[in-house]
Design a binder for this molecule. Structure first.
Ligand SMILES: CC[C@@H](C(=O)O)C(=O)SCCNC(=O)CCNC(=O)[C@H](O)C(C)(C)COP(=O)(O)OP(=O)(O)OC[C@H]1O[C@@H](n2cnc3c(N)ncnc32)[C@H](O)[C@@H]1OP(=O)(O)O
Ligand SMILES: [Co+2]
Length: 137
């Protein structure tokens, strides 16, 4: 695994939290994106070399809706950049980690993603992210 690709933060209201994080980080949201397959709306900010992903539920079936109901707003997941997501998924599986998707799926910001169950990863929901190559978009 490489660097932390982003930190995902669950929020109730993307507009309100977007403004809050813009002030906090003294920056502006550089991208917003709906990801219907995950039932989320996202907004991205940079803090130096780091990336923050704000996540609002777009449907009551969203994992973010369930998380907000149980735990409230806050850090939802940590995403790590990987060069070869299928190889990393196979490695983690062989080490006993529980993958939440058997095949990489399309995430936000031009990434293929896979989630690791927090119960198998020390209570932290982990996301693997591989940049989708330009010629395979
Ligand atoms: C925008 C796209 C993408 C990107 O490109 O970056 C994203 O980031 S999408 C982000 C939203 N999508 C996901 O989170 C998908 C993966 N998540 C899931 O599949 C589920 O949320 C889950 C992790 C399997 C939990 O679902 P479920 O079992 O239905 O919920 P429970 O509330 O019953 O949780 C069971 C258990 O796990 C604990 N939990 C749940 N979420 C988290 C979390 N984010 N971090 C840490 N722990 C978490 C929860 O508290 C329960 O524990 P117990 O209460 O002790 O049983
Ligand atoms: Co994410």
């Amino acid at each position: 695994m490489n660097k932390i690709e982003h930190i995902g933060i669950a929020v109730n209201d993307l507009t309100a939290s977007g403004s809050l994080y813009e002030k906090l980080l003294n920056t502006t949201i550089y991208k917003t994106e709906d990801v219907p397959s995950e039932y989320v709306k996202t907004a991205f900010l940079h803090s130096g070399p780091n990336k923050i992903e704000l996540l609002e539920a777009s449907d009551e079936n969203s994992p973010i809706a369930k998380f907000l109901t149980k735990k409230g707003e806050g850090i939802h997941h940590i995403a790590f950049e990987v060069d070869d997501i299928k190889a990393e998924m196979a490695r983690l599986k062989s080490e006993g980690f529980v993958l939440l998707n058997e095949e990489p799926k399309r995430g936000a910001d031009n990434k293929l993603v896979c989630f690791v169950h927090p119960k198998s990863a020390g209570g932290v929901l982990v996301e693997l992210c591989q940049e989708i190559a330009f010629n395979s978009r």
